[in-house]
Write a protein that binds this ligand. Structure first.
Ligand code: DLL
Length: 432
């Protein structure tokens, strides 16, 4: 279902006009109200008057996560404090949190974005949405909540954790839609099987999963285990939270809510804008935000833009499912590796569970990687030769896909710690 055909299916030229007007307005506000941006624009030798078309955006300065941290907590606010009505913060583990402050209009942008997102996955007012994203400072819980209310669906504001209760509600309330991280969805499926609940027979028919990288194979796994459709949703605290981009029924790329969030792909080394179809770092400008609008924010997420029209009828540009981040990229003996590549390779190997942990260490100045992989229960009762064969197969597949050798350790089901939010896939013990 298309929630807002007027904007989602708008003629591209008409959208470009809207975007240009919003961009001009934004640069004027930032220049006059936010000293940080005024200084940056002056340094770059540009004023709002130099913006004549949306392509001129590449003359404007970037914003980085460090800029946000340096201006913590309120340095990037672009409106008076009394217009701020809600605040969220990032879940980051290092340094100061990243703060997003919303006005009523910002919350409206978020509600709209998330209503489009959930509708893209088929949500209607008849749905019962079990929302297991965390509520609180994290944006996941609130974002889905606002979107579901805007559609008129029924929301079960479960928040994350308490898996036993999640399963009880899933069964007793007949939830029809699930929203949580993809790793938690798989954990729920696992626990349901353990408790003898046949989740495939429950009314749940679709879910929106995001907040962490996941592979196409993980989608298939979730869809099979739940007997439902699994859609990818993308977003980040700095920009709005979830709802920046979402998959439609075509499940081929994520539609960017472009009338709110202007996307660019850049070469992260040179900062140059890259054409559609070329992989690089995703950058967003929040062209209509009021509280803490951002100019050319470097997300560190890696993807590319898809220009071609989508079969669903929406005209918004799409981004490819995320490839990883510029910063969670592991460099092992000089080779760039993303955890998602390991996951993708692993799920194709029969006998393994989609649960893994990458432990990196440095021995005698050489990087070593141990890949712990959970193995299906049946295999552990099998003869040891079967396990040994599987172990060396995984090592072989990894070597051919990643071009480096890893040590594989097979572990029993449920040994790798499960997360109720974003999964932790890498432990890097190297002291560099
Ligand atoms: O994770 C917002 C969110 C909540 C998105 C619920 C989707 C669903 P942050 O905690 O600020 O915000 O983390 C943002 O998570 O820059 C990506 O690296 C990663 N991420 C988010 N969605 C996806 C996705 C929320 N669908 C960071 N695929 C982003 C891959 C994702 N990575």
């Amino acid at each position: 279902m298309i929630f807002n055909p007027e904007y989602e299916c708008m003629d591209r030229q008409a959208r470009d006009k809207l975007q240009l007007a919003a961009l001009k307005n934004l640069t004027e506000t930032l220049f006059s109200k936010v000293p940080f941006y005024r200084k940056k624009m002056i340094e770059a030798g540009i004023t709002p008057k130099d913006i004549h078309c949306t392509k001129d955006i590449d003359k404007l300065p970037f914003t980085t996560k460090d800029d946000l941290r340096d201006n913590y907590p309120h340095g990037l606010r672009a409106c008076p404090q009394d217009r701020i009505v809600e605040v969220h913060m990032s879940s980051g583990t290092t340094g100061k949190p990243v703060v997003n402050e919303y006005t009523i209009k910002d919350l409206d942008i978020w509600r709209q974005s998330m209503a489009r997102t959930l509708a893209g996955a088929g949500c209607t007012r008849d749905d019962i949405v079990q929302n297991c994203y965390g509520y609180g400072l994290f944006t996941g819980g609130a974002g889905v909540h606002y979107g579901a209310l805007t559609i008129g669906a029924e929301v079960l504001p479960m928040s994350s954790g308490n898996t036993e209760r999640q399963l009880m509600i899933l069964r007793d309330f007949g939830s029809t839609m699930l929203t949580c991280t993809p790793s938690y969805a798989l954990y729920l499926a696992e626990e349901a099987a353990e408790s003898g609940i046949d989740i495939r027979a429950l009314p749940i028919s679709k879910g929106c999963f995001g907040a962490e990288p996941w592979s196409e194979n993980m989608r298939i796994e979730i869809e099979e285990r739940f007997n439902m459709k699994a859609y990818d949703i993308y977003g980040l605290t700095e920009i709005i939270g979830p709802g920046v981009a979402f998959e439609c029924e075509a499940q081929h790329g994520l539609h960017v809510n472009e009338d709110f969030f202007f996307p660019e792909i850049i070469d992260s080394a040179t900062g140059k804008v890259l054409p559609a179809g070329v992989k690089g770092e995703l950058v967003f400008t929040t062209i209509t935000r009021e509280g803490t609008p951002l100019l050319r924010y470097r997300t560190r997420d890696i993807t590319c833009i898809i220009e071609e029209p989508c079969s669903c009828g929406r005209t918004t540009r799409r981004i490819q499912r995320l490839f990883g981040r510029t910063d969670d990229m592991l460099i092992i003996r000089g080779v760039n590796i993303f955890p998602s590549q390991i996951e993708q390779a692993l799920i194709e190997i029969e006998g393994t569970e989609p649960q893994y942990l990458i432990i990196v260490s440095r021995e005698n100045h050489l990087d070593e990687v141990e890949l712990q992989v959970e193995v299906k229960k049946e295999l552990f009762t099998d003869e040891t030769r079967g396990l040994e064969n599987l172990r060396s197969r995984i090592e072989q597949v990894m070597r051919s896909k990643l071009q480096i050798g890893l040590r594989v350790k097979l572990v029993e089901p449920k040994t790798i710690e499960r997360s109720i939010g974003k999964a932790k896939r890498v432990i890097d013990n190297r002291k560099i």
